[in-house]
Each structure stands twice: as structure tokens, then as C-alpha cells.
Design a binder for this molecule. Structure first.
Ligand SMILES: CCCCCCCCCCCCCCCCCCCCC/C=C/C(=O)SCCNC(=O)CCNC(=O)[C@H](O)C(C)(C)COP(=O)(O)OP(=O)(O)OC[C@H]1O[C@@H](n2cnc3c(N)ncnc32)[C@H](O)[C@@H]1OP(=O)(O)O
Ligand SMILES: Cc1cc2nc3c(=O)[nH]c(=O)nc-3n(C[C@H](O)[C@H](O)[C@H](O)COP(=O)(O)OP(=O)(O)OC[C@H]3O[C@@H](n4cnc5c(N)ncnc54)[C@H](O)[C@@H]3O)c2cc1C
Length: 669
């Protein structure tokens, strides 16, 4: 089904006619199943057809108007969810297509998962039903003014008082103020607060506590609690719909049973007891969210690419001979070499996100059975993939803006707001550099265990092939040889392993492991990126092994997979050359093959973005309209700006007229 919201003429029909594959079948490959296509489509249309979910004037609203609009949309969404008895899958998609960050994200995305992951069964029974009915609204209050990345450095205290069987939650310094939690500023009634647990005079480090913040009667802050919003953020609209907040405690008392006690407990007498589970499970909510952020990266990236591809097919510049038509900018090789790798990345992230969801579910099942062996790999994969996909997506959205020329800079292109709302993903849920260093730590540990004969498993299994990978030389001889998945995988594995081993060897020369790690950290980052890129390439190849149905679909995905891999090879040529994985000649052949692949994608480009199945409402871009009728839409959009409400601007009488009528002159004139 086409995703037009109302257009009459299809200006992109010619582009759609050149596609060599079945777009409906590609929609299934993209969404994961026919069922997923159907539900996505239904929820997207439900949102697009509801006037409450309009967002075309969002960037023109004041902060207060925007926040109120968010409250309205969230309440209306919930009403529709209940009225229509939507399933959890449908409700999540409804939230996606409403497309406005708000307190519900933290309530469902972090508060509820934190209680489910770290609360005892009894605690879950008490709190989860209230949260599910929205009798309480919760947020995730971890970060402080002075401490974000370093969770162990948090300062808020929760001191057990055995006399009253309570914890006293306190912010001892300005820097211990909770700072950033979404939904905290104005909406939440409760929070999961991370604080240092102190009992019997001893500090047991960071633990989670459920704390009520606001009255359930009139929403005013409870005694001892100072609350507010931390202020406007980057861009118009965008993340300003979220009430990221500040919170201070002045000796606030909570019952002992509001400490989340699945991982460790404090007894009535104040004795600290730790269960036999790894203490890292305290970070479980972050692992869960990092995994969802990877899936979201493909959404944001595909959205930007959809806008840029459609507009590039409409936009014409130069090339006209004797008054003939100008050239579609999509035909320029430079435009293709900038845009098609991003299109390929969107598909790559979609499939690796799918795989990561599987990995996460698998690890959770193992944890239930008290098998904690895959936890380090789950941490490394979620941290690494979150980092690589969000950084690349943020850069790609900005590149798409440039690919749309001047019009890409207009709010009505949808790209500035998309960038502004997306870019904090590089920071929240773990700064990308900090997370990549966690991956590097995991890699260094794996390399060090190779010597003892321990066989690495999962995504590091390739390291077990160390004898071969450290000395192999690519056999690629022609550009076409780069279409062989084995040839690509081999050089990506060799590059990742050699970079990791080089780092490990250099660290071992340092006075201490810690000093070596710190000194080598820029190289370690690159090593972690190489490992994560290998995972993404491998999972794309594995996807191609699955049963992919529909005329021409597999061929298109093969092209995109090769583009993704060879584009990375070209971009990181220095890594592949300096580690001796390929020769300069082989690098040049990869680039030659890349050019051929771009030519194959060109006639399919518009259809490949149609397969994302986005409505015009979701894209919210005059440049990315399904019907391609860009110019009338751009023209009409300009007149909606509040500045055009009057012909003569406000301020003319006070400031422009006196200036124009002034008698004062520059003395030199
Ligand atoms: C019926 C229902 C209907 C529902 C309808 C509703 C409709 C609406 C639905 C809406 C749903 C929306 C969902 C949206 C999703 C959410 C949106 C997201 C919005 C984002 C908001 C942002 C939130 C935040 O930012 S929260 C704060 C995040 N903070 C961080 O990430 C901090 C980063 N820092 C750290 O994680 C740590 O400090 C770290 C890891 C850097 C260092 O920790 P450390 O303790 O100092 O550890 P270290 O010494 O380095 O390592 C020790 C050891 O531990 C291992 N380790 C570390 N972390 C983990 C981990 N997470 N898991 C496992 N293991 C870990 C580490 O590897 C070391 O191991 P060894 O080397 O073996 O010792
Ligand atoms: C939009 C948004 C929403 C958020 N929502 C929430 C929320 O709901 N709940 C919540 O608790 N928090 C939230 N946060 C906070 C967020 O999790 C933190 O900002 C994030 O974890 C980064 O921490 P930081 O701000 O301390 O950065 P810092 O750690 O201060 O980073 C500053 C710089 O130092 C570098 N750096 C830091 N440590 C190292 C190191 N060890 N080695 C090398 N370089 C390093 C970083 O790479 C970065 O360049 C949110 C943040 C944003 C922007």
C-alpha cells in the first residue's frame, strides 16, 4: 500500500517505475514480517489521521506550549490505547508515530523496566500494576550535576535508620543534585533514584530506591524535595518537549521496602546481604535501553535518508544543454557516493538491531536460569552497537541536510528537528566514547585469554582463528572479487583482530595495565569500532542467508550489504592498509566495485526508501513527500510562519521606521 497522505499527482512515479524489485516484499524484509508491516501501517495511519497528533507547527511553539502539547498528546495516546484495547506492540508503535519525546518514554522505557529488573516479586506486584494503570508516573533518576558517566561516583546517599525502619535520602552537595532525568522536571510522581547505600556506618555503593516525589492529590513536591526543569535544549521543538529535571533531597524518609531488593537486601536490623547474582545487574535497565536505541537508530537514519533520496530525485541543477531539462541531483556520482552508503547503513542497522533484540532476549532467558556467562558479551554488544550506530546516524542526518542543499536547513524539511532530537542519543544512556572504552576493555580481556587457550565465543569467536587471521593476505584480484562475502569477512576479521592485538601488545609495554589502557585509549576506541563494524557486517551477511522472499529483494539487499561493507573499507582504508590486511591496489579495487554498486542502486533508490513505508505525517518533511510535489508545499509552508501573520512586522514602528527616517548621518558621509 502506498504511503501517500493525500497527494493527487505522483511526481516520483517515473522513479518508482524503474525499480527492479517487489517493493511490498521489501517492506516485509524491512519490517521483519507481514504482520509487522500490517501493524506498523495501521498504527502510522491511526496517528496520521488524528488531529491531536498534528506536529506541523511544533517548531513554532514556545517551550510552555510545546510541553503542554506533549501532555495532551500523551494523555490522548493513552486514551486511544485503552479505548482500542491496543496490544503492547501496537501501543509502542503508536508512541513511535506520535514522534514527540515525553515523560511516557521514561515511565515505560526505564522506570517500569528498573522495577521489573531490580525489584523483588513482592515489589513488582505492588508497583508495576500502579505504573501500568498510570496511577503513578515514574522516571529514572541516576545522573547528577557532577556525575553522569561515572555511576560509581554518584553522591546522593540513602542512609538506613534502624529506629524507624526507613532510609533517609539526601543530596549532600550541589553536585549531587539529580540532573537530566527525563520526565522528572514536571510530570513524574515517582522516581527510581540511584544513591549510595549506607547502613551500619558502611557505604555499600550504588543501589536503586523507589521514591515518591509529588503528591498524588495536587502534584506538589513532597516535603524535603526540590524539583524543577533544567531549561531549554538544543534546537526548536525537538527534545524540548521533554521535562528533563533537577531534583534535590533534604533528608527525605522512605520505607525500607522501597529499596529495590532483588540483587541485595538490607534486613530490619540494618544488615546488608548481597545475593549471589553479579552486581552489574544493577546496570540492567541501561543495557535494555541501549538495545532499543540501536533499533531506533535505523528508524531515524532511514527517515533522513528517505527525505534526502526523494528530494534528490526531484531537485534538478545544471546540465541543461540549449534549454533542455537540468540534471536530477540524484544522478550526480558525488550525491550517490554520499547518500547510498547511508541508505545501506539504514538497512544494516535495521538488521543488526533485530539481531541485538534476539541476543538480549536470549541473555535474559539465561539470567532467569542463573546462567550469567553471556552477560559480558551482552554488555559489550549493546554498548558498542549503541555507540557506533548513534554516532553514525547523527552524522548521517546532518549529511542528509547538506544533501538537500539550502532547503534542508528549513524547519519544514524536517531535518533540523530530526537532528536536534536525535543527537543526544550519542550522549544519553552512556556517552559513546565511554561505552566504546567498555568494549575495548572486553576485547583486551578476550585477547589476554587467548594465550591460555580459552576459546572465545559469540561475537568474538573469530579471535580464536588468531594463527590464520594474524598473517592472512587478501586474495582479491579484481573489483568483482569484492562481491564474495568470504573475502569481505576475512579482511574485516583480520583488521579487528590485528588492531586489538596491537593495542594489547602496546598496553603490555606500559608500566601498568591501567596506565597502558589510558595512554592507548584513542587506539582502543578505533579497535572497538573495528570490532563493532565487523559485527554489523556479519549480521547483514547472516540476514542474507535467511529465507528472503519477493522478486529482486535479495539482490537489492546483497547490493546494500556490499555497499555498507565496502564503504566502511574505503572510509577506514588506513586501518586495513596499516594492519597489512589489504594492499593499496585491493583498496582501489574495492572503490571501483563501490562505484558499480552505486550505479545498480540508482534506479532502485526511491523504491528502496518507499520500502520503509513511512507516512508523510511521520516524515513531516515537505522535501520528503511521497508524491514529490515539493515546490508548492515549500511555498505554502513559508506563509504559515508566524512572521508572515502580518505584512508589516511587529517592531516596525519602534525600530525600523525611526531608523529609516533618522536624520543622523555618519560624519564621514
Ligand atoms: C500495556 C503497556 C502499554 C504500554 C504503552 C506505552 C506506550 C508508550 C511506550 C513508550 C516506550 C518508549 C521506550 C523508549 C525507550 C527509552 C527512551 C530513551 C530515552 C533516553 C533517556 C536517557 C536516559 C539516561 O541517560 S539514563 C543514565 C544513563 N547513564 C549511563 O549510561 C552511565 C554510563 N556509565 C556506566 O554505565 C558505568 O559507569 C560504566 C559501565 C561506564 C562503568 O561502570 P563501573 O561500575 O565503574 O564499571 P567498570 O569498573 O568499568 O566495570 C566493572 C565490570 O562491570 C562490567 N560492566 C559494566 N557495565 C555493565 C553492564 N551494563 N552490564 C554488564 N556488565 C557491565 C564491566 O565490563 C566490568 O567487567 P570486568 O572487566 O569483567 O570486571
Ligand atoms: C537528552 C538527555 C536525556 C537524558 N536523560 C536521562 C535520564 O532520563 N536519566 C538519567 O539518569 N540521565 C539522563 N541523561 C544523562 C546522561 O545519561 C548523561 O549525560 C550521560 O551518561 C553522559 O554523562 P555526562 O553528562 O556525565 O558526560 P561526561 O562523562 O561528563 O562527558 C564529558 C566528556 O568527557 C568524556 N569522558 C568522560 N569519561 C571519560 C573516560 N573515562 N575516558 C575518556 N573520556 C571520558 C566524554 O567522552 C565526553 O566527551 C540524559 C542526558 C541527555 C543529554
Amino acid at each position: 500500500m502506498a504511503a501517500v497522505d493525500g497527494g493527487e499527482v505522483d511526481h516520483l512515479a517515473g522513479e518508482r517505475a524503474t525499480a527492479h524489485f517487489d517493493v511490498d516484499a521489501m517492506k516485509v524484509a524491512w519490517a521483519g514480517s507481514r504482520h509487522a508491516v500490517e501493524v506498523n501501517d495501521r498504527m502510522a495511519r491511526l496517528v496520521a489521521s488524528d488531529p491531536v497528533f498534528r506536529k506541523d507547527t511544533r517548531t513554532m511553539l514556545s517551550r510552555k506550549e510545546l510541553f503542554k502539547d506533549t501532555l495532551k498528546k500523551a494523555a490522548h495516546a493513552w486514551k486511544r490505547i485503552v479505548e482500542l484495547r491496543l496490544t503492547e506492540e501496537e501501543a509502542n508503535l503508536l508512541r513511535l508515530y506520535v514522534d514527540q519525546p515525553g515523560y511516557v518514554d521514561l515511565h515505560w522505557g526505564m522506570f517500569v523496566p528498573a522495577i521489573k529488573g531490580q525489584g523483588t516479586e513482592e515489589q513488582q506486584k505492588k508497583w508495576v500494576p500502579m505504573a501500568y494503570k498510570f496511577q503513578i508516573i515514574g522516571c529514572y533518576a541516576q545522573t547528577e550535576l557532577g556525575h553522569g558517566s561515572n555511576v560509581q561516583g554518584l553522591e546522593t546517599t540513602a542512609t538506613f535508620d534502624p529506629n524507624t525502619d526507613e532510609f533517609v535520602v539526601h543530596s549532600p552537595t550541589l553536585t549531587s543534585s539529580k540532573w537530566w532525568p527525563g520526565g522528572l522536571g514536571k510530570a513524574s510522581t515517582h522516581a527510581v533514584v540511584y544513591a549510595r547505600l549506607i547502613t551500619q556506618g558502611k557505604d555499600y555503593g550504588i543501589h536503586g530506591f523507589i521514591v515518591q516525589l509529588r503528591s498524588l492529590d495536587d502534584h506538589s513536591p513532597l516535603p524535603g524535595i526540590t524539583l524543577g526543569d533544567i531549561g531549554g535544549k538544543f534546537g526548536s521543538g525537538a527534545y524540548n518537549s521533554m521535562d528533563n529535571g533537577v531534583l534535590r533531597f533534604d533528608h527525605v524518609r522512605i520505607p525500607r521496602d522501597q529499596m529495590l531488593m532483588r540483587l541485595s537486601q538490607v534486613t530490619r536490623e540494618g544488615k546488608y546481604v548481597h545475593s549471589d547474582v553479579p552486581k552489574q545487574l544493577l546496570y540492567g535497565t541501561m543495557v535494555y535501553v541501549r538495545q532499543t536505541i540501536v533499533a531506533d537508530a535505523s528508524k531515524a537514519l532511514s527517515r533522513a535518508v528517505c527525505i534526502a533520496v526523494r528530494y534528490s530525485a526531484i531537485r534538478k541543477q545544471f546540465g541543461s544543454q540549449a534549454g533542455g531539462p537540468e540534471t536530477q541531483v540524484l544522478n550526480y556520482k558525488t550525491q550517490q557516493s554520499r547518500l547510498f552508503p547511508l541508505l545501506a547503513s539504514a538497512y544494516a542497522y535495521r538488521f543488526v538491531g533485530e539481531w541485538l533484540k534476539w541476543l538480549y532476549t536470549d541473555v535474559m532467558q539465561k539470567l532467569e536460569a542463573k546462567d550469567y556467562s553471556t552477560l559480558p558479551e551482552a554488555h559489550a554488544c549493546t554498548a558498542g552497537l549503541k555507540s557506533v550506530t548513534t554516532s553514525a546516524t547523527a552524522d548521517a542526518i546532518e549529511e542528509c541536510r547538506k544533501l538537500c542543499g539550502g532547503h534542508g536547513y528549513l524547519n519544514s524539511s524536517g531535518l533540523p528537528e530530526l537532528f536536534a532530537v536525535y543527537v543526544p542519543a550519542c550522549t544519553y544512556e552512556g556517552d559513546n566514547v565511554v561505552l566504546l572504552l567498555q568494549v575495548a576493555r572486553f576485547l583486551m580481556k578476550t585477547v589476554s585469554q587467548l594465550a591460555s587457550g580459552k576459546q572465545p565465543v559469540g561475537t568474538t569467536a573469530y579471535m580464536g582463528n588468531i594463527q590464520y587471521l594474524m598473517q592472512c593476505k587478501s586474495a582479491v584480484n579484481t573489483a568483482g572479487d569484492w562481491l564474495n562475502p568470504a573475502a569481505i569477512k576475512e579482511v574485516f576479521e583480520a583488521r579487528a583482530l590485528r588492531m586489538a592485538v596491537n593495542c594489547a601488545q602496546n598496553i603490555s609495554k606500559a608500566p601498568s595495565q591501567e596506565e597502558g589502557f589510558s595512554e592507548l585509549s584513542p587506539d582502543l576506541l578505533e579497535s572497538a569500532v573495528a570490532h563493532v563494524q565487523l559485527i554489523i557486517v556479519t549480521k547483514f551477511f547472516e540476514k542474507l542467508q535467511q529465507d528472503i522472499i519477493g522478486h529482486g529483494v535479495k539482490e537489492q539487499l546483497q547490493n546494500l550489504c556490499n555497499i555498507y561493507a565496502l564503504f566502511l573499507l574505503h572510509k577506514h582504508l588506513g586501518d586495513f592498509l596499516s594492519t597489512g590486511c589489504i594492499t593499496p591496489k585491493q583498496g582501489a579495487l574495492a572503490n571501483e566495485q563501490l562505484g558499480r554498486l552505486y550505479a545498480q542502486v540508482r534506479p532502485n533508490a526511491v523504491a528502496l526508501v518507499d520500502a520503509f513505508d513511512y507516512t508523510d505525517h511521520y516524515l513531516s518533511s515537505v522535501l520528503g513527500r511521497y508524491d514529490g510535489d515539493v515546490y508548492p508545499a515549500l511555498y505554502a509552508e513559508a506563509w504559515k510562519d508566524p512572521l508572515n501573520e502580518t505584512v508589516i512586522p511587529d517592531g516596525y514602528q519602534e525600530h525600523l521606521r525611526p531608523l529609516l527616517k533618522q536624520q543622523l548621518k555618519f560624519s564621514r558621509l
